[in-house]
Write a protein that binds this ligand. Structure first.
Ligand code: SAM
Length: 271
């Protein structure tokens, strides 16, 4: 077990504080990240330093974003500024572009507070073009939703919107016993690698905004048929031109169909 002194800090539930204590899991996460000395890495939620300490040892420099002032005080007492830059505040409001460009892209890692993981992933998706990769510990259920394929129960807005931007891989599971205090749920590690900005299916910024609204509408009531949920976007004739069954449900449509709909709507608006 990792010998950090959790007794000196009372874990705060509102900040989703479940500290990693299992050495084997910490090593497995580091092996998945495989940091190289000069990499530009930012860790979200360093906490008591379970990942921060080995990362700082392996890297020339590390950035962290932490919201809890008590933990920030502990971190700044332990790490000199040449080794660690501490950004105080809410990762949800953090402007990742303010870090500046990294030659090979930023690597973002973290054992994320589960209560903010979904909005944080959406926030991070908008910085994908400055990112090389991201490795996160999340609730296992959220990881299954991220990597889900069409037709499965877990496939939803998170799957479509993240798979549009990233290649997503579920690396391994982590049991509650690996943390102190133990979370109520299983966890898992996910790797997200941005897909090339120049890929053929990439949309322009207006198309991406439309994709987000379309996917939200489609999954707003996932049991309903698309002819109802997408009524504001597509007429029965539009469904026919697209060769998409208006009686199908959002969970049946692959990402490529959502992209086709966006392109179709953009073309129609041009006419
Ligand atoms: N990395 C440590 C570990 O693995 O043991 C701590 C992980 S703990 C699950 C989540 C961490 O994120 C805590 O340190 C918590 O204070 C911090 N945190 C919670 N909400 C945050 C937010 N909105 N922005 C930045 N950090 C946050």
């Amino acid at each position: 077990m990792y010998s950090q002194s959790t007794h000196a800090h009372k874990p705060r539930k509102r900040f989703g504080q479940n500290f990693l204590t299992d050495h084997g899991v910490i090593h497995a996460i580091l092996a998945a990240i495989a940091p190289q000395r000069g990499d530009a890495v930012v860790e979200i939620g360093p906490g008591l330093g379970a990942l921060t300490t080995p990362l700082a040892r392996l890297l020339d420099h590390l950035h962290v974003i932490e919201i809890d002032r008590d933990l920030i005080a502990k971190l700044s007492a332990r790490f000199p500024p040449e080794q660690l830059t501490i950004h105080e505040g809410d990762a949800l409001a953090f402007d990742f572009a303010s870090l500046g460009e990294a030659e090979n892209g930023w690597r973002i890692v973290g054992n994320l507070p589960y209560n903010i993981s979904t909005p944080l992933l959406f926030h991070l998706a908008s910085f994908a073009n400055q990112v090389r990769d991201m490795h996160f510990m999340l609730q296992r259920e959220v990881v299954l939703r991220i990597v889900a394929a069409p037709g499965s129960r877990d496939y939803g807005r998170l799957s479509v919107m993240l798979q549009y931007r990233f290649d997503c891989a579920h690396l391994f599971d982590v049991p509650p016993e690996a943390f102190s205090p133990k979370p109520q749920v299983d966890s898992a590690i996910v790797r997200l690698r941005p897909r090339p900005a120049q890929r053929p299916e990439a949309l322009d910024p207006a198309g991406e905004t439309l994709l987000a609204s379309l996917v939200s509408a489609a999954f707003s009531q996932r049991r309903k048929m698309l002819r109802n949920t997408l009524r504001d976007f597509l007429s029965p004739e539009d469904f026919a031109s697209l060769a998409i069954d208006p009686q199908s449900r959002a969970e049946m449509l692959p990402l490529s169909d959502y992209i086709r709909i966006v392109r179709f709507l953009a073309q129609r608006n041009l006419r």
